[in-house]
Design a protein around this ligand. Structure first.
Ligand SMILES: Nc1ncnc2c1ncn2[C@@H]1O[C@H](COP(=O)(O)OP(=O)(O)OP(=O)(O)O)[C@@H](O)[C@H]1O
Ligand SMILES: [Mg+2]
Length: 267
């Protein structure tokens, strides 16, 4: 990876995008102290995280949910897995029980139904939810999610986004969301970071996406919504200035237009 600095204000949701092999997971793992750089030093909040001692300061500051959640699960039961970090931090059994239950229910995993099951016998989507609960239980300031919606059904995806929005608003948690899904990123992220061959090539507001879509080094393709907006620009040029990248913004615009037309008809 090339040298890069990323400042993420509290409560910001950033999406990391880039083609396969561009370094998204590597960046996530380096930031969480799970991977040692071959050269150089990684600092998070001015803490050098290359050595174990300083890394431990980051334990409840930063949480990473792997692209492959099955790599992160290792205990005999879902309960033990999710509560693992709290046991290491010497929380009482009573506190662990309450916090594991809260984290599982927040993410939509029924406590009674799942607590005694082996994480290895869960479906891919259920494993991802268990790994997410294990990350959230630490109440981190920074949450790094590596392709978190892969394998989740639509209702679990909506639930995940509802939880992330809640955490962002109430706890001012910073969310680093690695994804290949541009529309998913545009719907939820404040900011997009684009990587290419291990290098940060763009750092922009999500609403400014149109400016980089034609860039030859960026393998991003316009989503159906962005294509529709481009088509509509021919009839309604003002759309270009509105920087519409989210479905609800387009719906609002169209319904306002329809309202204006029907008002003119009535005059
Ligand atoms: N531990 C490692 N040692 C050496 N090279 C690695 C290591 N892990 C990953 N790489 C290489 O670094 C590059 C970036 O990998 P990375 O997993 O970060 O990509 P990615 O952007 O997450 O891709 P994907 O979208 O497929 O998940 C790849 O070429 C990969 O082969
Ligand atoms: Mg990856």
């Amino acid at each position: 990876m090339k040298c890069m600095t990323l400042s993420i204000p509290d409560g910001q949701f950033i999406a990391i995008m880039g083609s396969s092999g561009s370094g998204k997971s590597t960046l996530g793992q380096l930031s969480a102290g799970l991977l040692k750089p071959d050269k150089g030093t990684v600092y998070v909040d001015n803490i050098p995280i290359n050595n174990r001692k300083s890394r431990s300061q980051l334990w409840n500051k930063i949480a990473y949910v792997s692209q492959f959640p099955e790599h992160q699960l290792f205990e005999e039961t879902v309960f033990l897995d999710i509560g693992f970090g709290l046991r290491r931090m010497k929380y009482s059994d009573h506190e662990i029980m309450a916090k594991v239950k809260e984290a599982m229910e927040l993410i939509g995993l029924d406590f009674e139904q799942y607590k005694d099951r082996s994480p290895f016998q869960l479906s891919g989507g259920e494993q991802r939810l268990a790994a997410l609960a294990g990350a959230l239980i630490k109440e981190p300031n920074i949450l790094i999610l590596d392709e978190p919606t892969a394998g989740l059904d639509p209702s679990a995806r909506m639930k995940l986004h509802a939880v992330l929005t809640l955490l962002k608003r109430t706890r001012r948690i910073s969310i680093v969301y690695i994804t290949h899904d541009l529309q998913d990123a545009l719907e939820h992220a404040d900011r997009l970071i684009l990587l290419h061959h291990g290098e940060l090539v763009h750092d922009l507001k999500a609403s400014a996406i149109q400016s980089v879509l034609d860039h030859p080094r960026i393998p991003l393709f316009p989503t159906p919504l962005l294509r529709l907006c481009k088509e509509l620009e021919v009839i309604f040029p003002e759309i270009a200035d509105l920087e519409i990248v989210q479905e609800n913004k387009l719906l609002n615009y169209v319904s306002e237009r329809i309202l204006r037309i029907s008002e003119m008809d009535n005059e």
